[in-house]
Design a protein around this ligand. Structure first.
Ligand code: ZN
Length: 221
C-alpha cells in the first residue's frame, strides 16, 4: 500500500480518497474513524489506486526543468545549459546553447521568461512589419503577454498582444497569430468576414490554426 496523508475532519461523514496529478494520496476521514475502517476502505480501493497510479505514470508530461532540456525556439531547438549559484540571474545565447545562471529553479524560470519576452517582442515587431501592409492595418501598440491559454489578442484600442510562449512554436504558427490578430483590426469577431480576410492574407490559415490548437500542453516553458 503506498504512503498516504490522513486528514481527519469533524464535519466529514464518509471516507474519501484523492490522488493528486503527482501521484500522492490523501485520505479524508471523519474525526473518529477507527484505523480498521480506514484499512478496510483502502483495501477495497486497492485496484483503483493501482490503476490510477499506473495511468498517471504513463501519461505524457512536460519534460523536467533541468540541464540539457530541449527548448524550442521558432524553427530551432536550443539546449538549456543550466547551473545554479549565488550570482545574479543571467541568460545568454551561445550558438544553440542557452546558458542560464540562477540561484534556483524559480529564479532560472523567471530569467528565461524575461529573455523569451525580449526575443518575442523583436520577432513580433518584425512579423507585424511584414504582415501589416498585406492586411492593410497596423496596431497602435504591441504588448507581450504570458497567459497559459491564449496565444494572442487584439483590443478595441488597437493593441495587439502576443504570448511570449509562441517563441517555442514553429514560425508558421507564430505568423498565424500575427495575421489573425491583425485581421481583427478589420473585423473584431470570428464571423465569416473575418475568416475571409484571414484567408486572403494567409490561404493555408486553417491548417495552421489546427496545428496551433494541438500545441498547447506540449511546450516546455
Ligand atoms: Zn481571434
Amino acid at each position: 500500500m503506498p504512503a498516504y496523508a490522513l486528514v481527519r475532519s469533524r464535519r466529514r461523514r464518509t471516507l474519501c480518497l484523492q490522488i493528486s496529478p503527482a501521484g500522492t494520496l490523501r485520505l479524508l476521514v471523519p474525526a473518529a474513524a477507527p484505523q480498521c475502517e480506514i484499512d478496510a476502505f483502502l483495501k477495497a480501493k486497492e485496484g483503483w489506486i493501482e490503476r490510477t497510479l499506473t495511468r498517471l505514470e504513463q501519461a505524457p508530461r512536460a519534460p523536467a526543468f533541468a540541464h540539457g532540456l530541449a527548448l524550442p525556439y521558432l524553427n530551432e531547438t536550443l539546449r538549456l545549459d543550466l547551473a545554479y549559484g549565488p550570482a545574479k540571474a543571467s541568460v545568454e545565447r551561445l550558438g544553440t546553447l542557452l546558458v542560464v545562471r540562477a540561484r534556483d529553479e524559480a529564479n532560472a524560470r523567471a530569467a528565461l521568461e524575461r529573455w523569451y519576452r525580449g526575443v518575442a517582442r523583436h520577432h513580433a515587431v518584425a512579423r507585424i512589419i511584414h504582415y501589416a501592409p498585406l492586411v492593410g492595418r497596423a496596431p497602435k501598440r504591441i504588448r507581450i503577454a504570458g497567459q497559459k491559454t491564449r496565444w494572442g489578442s487584439c483590443s478595441a484600442q488597437g493593441t495587439i498582444s502576443v504570448n511570449w510562449r509562441l517563441m517555442q512554436a514553429p514560425e508558421t504558427l507564430f505568423d498565424y497569430v500575427i495575421a489573425h490578430e491583425l485581421c481583427h483590426l478589420i473585423a473584431p469577431h470570428h464571423r465569416a468576414p473575418f475568416w475571409r480576410e484571414l484567408a486572403r492574407v494567409m490561404p493555408d490559415y486553417a491548417r495552421r490554426r489546427d496545428e496551433l490548437r494541438d500545441l498547447g500542453g506540449r511546450l516546455p516553458l
